[in-house]
Design a protein around this ligand. Structure first.
Ligand code: CP
Length: 317
């Protein structure tokens, strides 16, 4: 099936076939990253602007690496060094970037819907790198890609997402991808952060950590997002940790083969103890590495590349 999208705004929009298309293309690019020459000429002559108006380490670095591996020129602009500090609007900033002949914008912004807004104004592709508490589509794609590497097909697989679901764009994107891939998803956490209405998205909601962990094959921890919580949804971080933090005792309730995931950044000792984050079940750094190939796939496809043209054979040099 050809890829017909110029923008990647949400995983809610994507069909199962499109999610699979990204994963297949990412797998081909991942093979190119094991060669002695890791660059491919796919986007030579294109300029990609990373417009990150909210902090980021993993997503911004991975998009930069992905663009460079595709031979694109890449320029990064953040909120502290842009004229947004002087009051320039997002619309004006983006239109100026387009006037400077960028071929694509990767946007991270605290406002939900800002990538959709830019996609309606600009003539170039817009990639959502995280918009408020709405979606983080490339994170959902790299998380499901990583799960498939460990579990194979996700149809019927039991995935627990634990923590601050209400404010999590990562949770929303994962819910959309996982349910389309056929996984059985259970959201766990305090009722204030995991309200019952999430069941409308085709997932289970539980506040009983022990029973949810008992048959999980994947447990994904989410960070407590202080920056998005206008009022307290639990009494204190210590109380959250005592009820829902993943520690060695609670990890012993898991299936011995279960993998532990976290999109980062980690609050060590809050949602997860260090010995588990760094332990042998953890695939947290694999998620980060897979972020490069998945973002190469997204940039390539949204720039008009066709998946069957990705050369993933031996190093041609
Ligand atoms: N997972 C994630 O979005 O991390 P960053 O905020 O560091 O990009």
């Amino acid at each position: 099936m050809p890829w017909n999208r110029r923008h990647l705004l949400t995983l809610e929009d994507l069909s199962l076939a499109e999610i699979t298309q990204v994963h297949t293309t990412a797998a081909a690019f991942k093979r190119t990253l094991t060669r002695s020459v890791k660059k491919v000429p796919a986007l030579r002559g294109k300029t990609i602007v990373n417009l990150f108006l909210e902090p980021s380490t993993r997503t911004r670095m991975a998009f930069t690496m992905a663009a460079k591996r595709l031979s694109a020129d890449v320029i990064s602009l953040d909120s502290s060094s842009s004229s947004t500090t002087k009051g320039e609007t997002l619309r004006d900033t983006a239109q100026n970037i387009q006037a400077l002949q960028a071929d694509m914008i990767v946007l991270r912004h605290s406002a939900a819907g800002s990538p959709l807004y830019l996609s309606r104004i600009l003539n170039i592709p817009v990639i959502n790198a995280g918009d408020g508490a709405h979606e983080h589509p490339t994170q959902g794609l790299l998380d499901t890609f990583t799960m498939q590497e460990h579990l194979g097909r996700l149809q019927g697989r039991k995935v627990v997402i634990l923590g601050d679901i209400l404010f999590s764009r990562v949770a929303r994107s994962n819910i959309h991808a996982l349910t389309k891939l056929g996984a059985a998803v259970t959201l766990v956490g305090p009722a204030t952060l995991v309200p019952h209405w999430f069941t409308e998205l085709g997932v289970k909601v539980s506040h009983d950590l022990r029973s949810a962990l008992a048959d999980a094959e994947v447990v994904m921890l989410l960070r407590i997002q202080h920056e998005r919580q206008a009022s307290g949804h639990f009494p204190s971080l210590g109380e959250y940790t005592s009820m829902f933090g993943l520690n060695k005792t609670r990890a012993s309730w898991l299936n011995p083969k279960a993998i532990i995931m976290h999109p980062g950044p980690i609050n060590r000792g809050v949602e997860i103890d260090s010995e588990l984050a760094d332990g042998e079940r953890s695939v947290i750094l694999e998620q980060v590495t897979n972020g490069i190939a998945v973002r190469m796939a997204v940039l390539y496809l949204c720039a008009g590349g066709q998946p069957e043209l990705v050369y993933a054979g031996p190093d041609p040099s």
